[in-house]
Structure formats: structure tokens, C-alpha cells
Design a protein around this ligand. Structure first.
Ligand SMILES: Cc1ncc(COP(=O)(O)O)c(C=O)c1O
Length: 451
């Protein structure tokens, strides 16, 4: 049996990439004020800014787009979506939304009140913002290993169950309207959560009568990590593993832009009839009728089909192999990364990569800029520019869009990173010349120190 893991698809439609020269990229970067968010996408060769909504759809999904039922109410595409979601997630109510954060807003506005506390392994930034927006507090309880980039652990996304018990004892059960678990843990390096941990968190929730919800964006990648790394799951399919995982919860929020394999969409699920009714009331006010939830019928079709493709074992084998390949090839040459490589992304530790750049000169922004200058690669800083003084790490995230880039694209990315690694001593830090009062990383303007 050949050992090479191939892309389990062939390419039917291609999108040309535009090559640029180093001089052009210097000019583009100057015009973008050294902030990669401000570049035109056309000036980027390999875009690893995010894996969200950037994937390639399959022939089946495109065929589904043509089948989309655009009826305002009761369209067949909604029932297709509902059946596909229930097949994998098993929850009673499925409420479509235009993307993940809309699902979060609806869930938290229905379930939380000011003064409440919502535990999670690590809240994603939109999740945290939506918890905070209703006056509740978002608390991160990931295990200690999950906060240490170099430490290897098979399930660095696990929640610290003792800390969860202690939190519930301290604030009281009535202050905890739900517990969330993010699979995989995006803000914690795309690291998975084990089935054992899911069971333990579920048991704590059951004991206290607290609803347990998943932030399910990358549930299929998490299921595959369980298959690879957890005893007793090697012979189960990713879908069976996902079904078991969700059976321990009461509902979920989902951004279909990740493991929904779609370019837009999301949903919120619950087993609670009363919560579902309230969610639909909010939905009608802000998103649309409950059988389309802010999406076109064709989007519902694409998600219904995409969810089933995301749990395909050949796809997941290639997906995780591709991220691991990138991580291992750069770390094998000494590049410091968050270990082990995550499901959807590789995170470079910029503080270790550029120890000569002080933290207030944004080492991860400097490194991301250099990857663009060297090879036209766009990545994203997750560090001091994004989180200011609250940043505990300065990382460059290389997020891999689903089914978009081939092995040779990844080889090219490895080569570019290693070239920058070879001249790291000469990279300079940056200073801010403009910043917005909040979420400054999107629009900040910077210049190299000493310019
Ligand atoms: C873990 C997690 N939760 C929620 C979201 C929000 O989803 P969306 O971008 O569709 O609003 C994201 C998006 O990146 C995410 O990674």
C-alpha cells in the first residue's frame, strides 16, 4: 500500500495566482502601512490569513447550489440542512444563522444575564465579545499544558475539570447559565479536546444541572485527532466519533465557514424546546425566518453537503497531514512553533524567532511582514497588536484554507519561512503611527522602527 498521502480530489476549475516581485511587495506593504489586513488580496500569492470561509467547494456542493430552494418559508433546503446536521450532531432544534458569531449572539442573549459567568476552554474573540456584550464574564479554563507553546500533549485543548468545579463552587451554580467547550481550541493553537475530557466536563455539568454547549466550528478535525490519538477510537469513523462527542452535550454554536466547508453560514442547535423558541424569536428580529436564518437556500444546500464531506476520512487524513507536514518541516529546521501543530493552522512563536525585537515593537507583526516580503505569503499576528498588554504570546498564525492549496504550495511556504529564518537577525521591529480605539489590529498603521 503506497504511503504517500495525496490530496483526495482533482482540480476542475482553477483560479490563477499573481506573482509579484520583492520590490512590488515592498511598495504594497508601505501602502498598506505594514498591516497585512490592509493589503489587496490580489497582491497576495498564498493567503493563510484565515481558514474561515476561504475553502474550495466540491462539485457536489456546487450542484447543490443549483438545487437551492429560495422559498421564504419552509424551503426544502432547510430540511436538507436540518437532516444533515441532526445526522452528525443529533440535536433536536437546528436554527440557521448567517455565520458563527450570529449563533453566539443568539445563544448568549437568550441564556445569559448580567453578572453570569461562562466557562470555556478558551473563548474565541467573537465568543468572548458576545458573552461580554450581555454583561456576563467569559472565563478561560484550558489545562496548563495548553498555555505552553513548547510542551507536547495530545489534547492541549482540554478543559481543566477541577478548575471548572472550583469555579462553580466559588460563584454558585445559578451564576453559570452554560458551560462551553471549543473543538478544536482555535485561540489555544487549534489544539483538540479528548473524548475523555468531553465526558468529564459533561459529567460536571450534569451533576450541577448546567447546560453544556459546544463551539463546534472545527468538530471534524477534533474527531479525527481523537481517532488518531485516543485509545479505543482507532476503528471508529470520524462521523461516529463526532456523534458520540455531541451526545454528551445539550447543543452547539457552529460557523459553517470552517468544518461546514462553505463560504458563509452557521447554526445554533439545542435540545431545549423553550430555549429554541426564544432563539427563533431573536432570529426573526435580526437574521430572518427560522427556515433560512439570514442565508440563501443555496447556502443551506452547500452546508448540508459540506458537513458530510468534512467527516470523510480520506479528506481528514489529507487535511491533518498537510498541516502537520508544514509544522514538522519548519520545526525540524529549528523554527519555534506551538507544539504539536494544530488542526487548521501552524503557529510560529515570534518571541523565540526574533528574541532581539522588544515586545512593544511587535515581533509577530514584524515576522508576518517578512513572510510577505520574502514570498507573498499572508499570515496573521496573534499577539500584542491584537490583544495589547493582555497578550501572553506573540504568534504568527498560518491558517490553511480547506482544499485550496496543494503540496507544492505548502513546500513553497516551508522554503519561504526557512529563508526568513536564515536572516532573522536582520529583521527590525515596528511602531504604531495610528490605532483605532478597539480591535486595533484590523486597521492599525505601523512603520519600521528607525525609519
Ligand atoms: C472557535 C471559533 N468560534 C467562533 C468563530 C466565529 O465564527 P464566524 O467567523 O463565522 O462568525 C470562529 C471564527 O473564526 C472560531 O474560530
Amino acid at each position: 500500500m503506497p504511503k504517500t498521502i495525496i490530496e483526495p480530489f482533482r482540480i476542475k476549475s482553477v483560479e490563477p495566482l499573481r506573482r509579484t516581485t520583492c520590490e512590488q511587495r515592498e511598495e504594497f506593504l508601505r501602502e498598506a502601512h505594514h498591516n497585512l489586513f490592509l493589503l489587496d488580496a490580489a497582491d497576495v500569492l498564498i493567503d493563510l490569513l484565515t481558514d474561515s470561509g476561504t475553502g474550495a467547494m466540491s462539485t457536489h456542493q456546487w450542484a447543490g447550489v443549483m438545487e437551492g430552494d429560495e422559498s421564504y418559508a419552509g424551503g426544502k433546503s432547510f430540511y436538507h440542512l436540518k437532516a444533515s446536521v441532526q445526522d452528525i450532531f443529533g440535536y433536536k432544534h437546528v436554527v440557521p444563522t448567517h455565520q458563527g458569531r450570529a449563533a453566539e449572539r443568539i445563544l448568549f442573549s437568550v441564556m445569559c444575564k448580567p453578572g453570569d459567568v461562562v466557562p470555556n476552554n478558551t473563548h474565541f474573540d467573537t465568543t468572548r465579545a458576545n458573552v461580554t456584550a450581555v454583561g456576563a464574564e467569559a472565563v478561560d479554563l484550558v489545562i496548563a499544558e495548553g498555555k505552553q507553546p513548547r510542551v507536547k500533549h495530545p489534547f492541549k485543548g482540554n478543559m481543566d475539570v477541577r478548575a471548572l468545579e472550583a469555579l462553580i463552587d466559588r460563584v454558585g451554580r445559578d451564576k453559570v447559565p452554560l458551560v462551553m467547550l471549543t473543538v478544536t481550541n482555535n485561540s489555544g493553537g487549534g489544539q483538540p479536546v479528548s473524548m475523555e475530557n468531553v465526558r468529564q466536563v459533561s459529567a460536571v455539568c450534569r451533576k450541577h444541572g448546567i447546560p453544556f454547549y459546544f463551539d463546534a466550528c472545527r468538530f471534524a478535525e477534533n474527531a479525527y485527532f481523537i481517532k488518531l490519538r485516543e485509545t479505543g477510537y482507532a476503528d471508529k469513523s470520524p462521523k461516529e466519533i463526532a456523534q458520540e462527542m455531541f451526545s454528551y452535550g445539550d447543543g452547539c454554536t457552529m460557523s459553517a465557514k470552517k468544518d461546514g466547508m462553505a463560504n458563509i453560514g452557521g447554526f445554533v442547535c439545542t435540545n431545549d424546546d423553550r430555549v429554541a423558541q426564544q432563539q427563533k424569536d431573536v432570529l426573526i428580529l435580526t437574521e430572518g425566518f427560522p427556515t433560512y436564518g439570514g442565508l440563501a437556500g443555496r447556502d443551506l444546500e452547500a452546508i448540508a453537503i459540506g458537513l458530510q464531506e468534512a467527516v470523510d476520512e480520506d479528506y481528514l487524513e489529507y487535511r491533518i497531514a498537510s498541516t502537520t507536514y508544514l509544522g514538522n518541516h519548519i520545526s525540524g529546521e529549528g523554527v519555534p512553533i506551538v507544539q504539536p501543530p494544530g488542526g487548521h493552522a501552524v503557529y510560529i512563536d515570534a518571541r523565540d524567532f526574533l528574541p532581539h525585537i522588544p515586545l512593544d515593537q511587535f515581533p509577530a507583526v514584524a515576522l508576518a511582514n517578512e513572510l510577505y516580503l520574502e514570498g507573498g505569503i499572508r499570515s496573521v499576528e496573534i499577539g500584542r497588536l491584537m490583544f495589547a498588554g493582555a497578550a501572553t504570546m506573540d504568534l504568527v498564525r498560518l491558517a490553511i484554507p480547506r482544499r485550496v492549496y496543494t503540496q507544492s504550495h505548502i513546500d513553497y511556504v516551508v522554503e519561504v519561512i526557512l529563508d526568513v529564518w536564515g536572516r532573522r537577525d536582520r529583521i527590525r521591529g515596528l511602531e504604531i503611527t495610528y490605532e483605532a480605539p478597539f480591535l486595533r489590529h484590523f486597521t492599525a498603521e505601523l512603520r519600521p522602527v528607525g525609519d
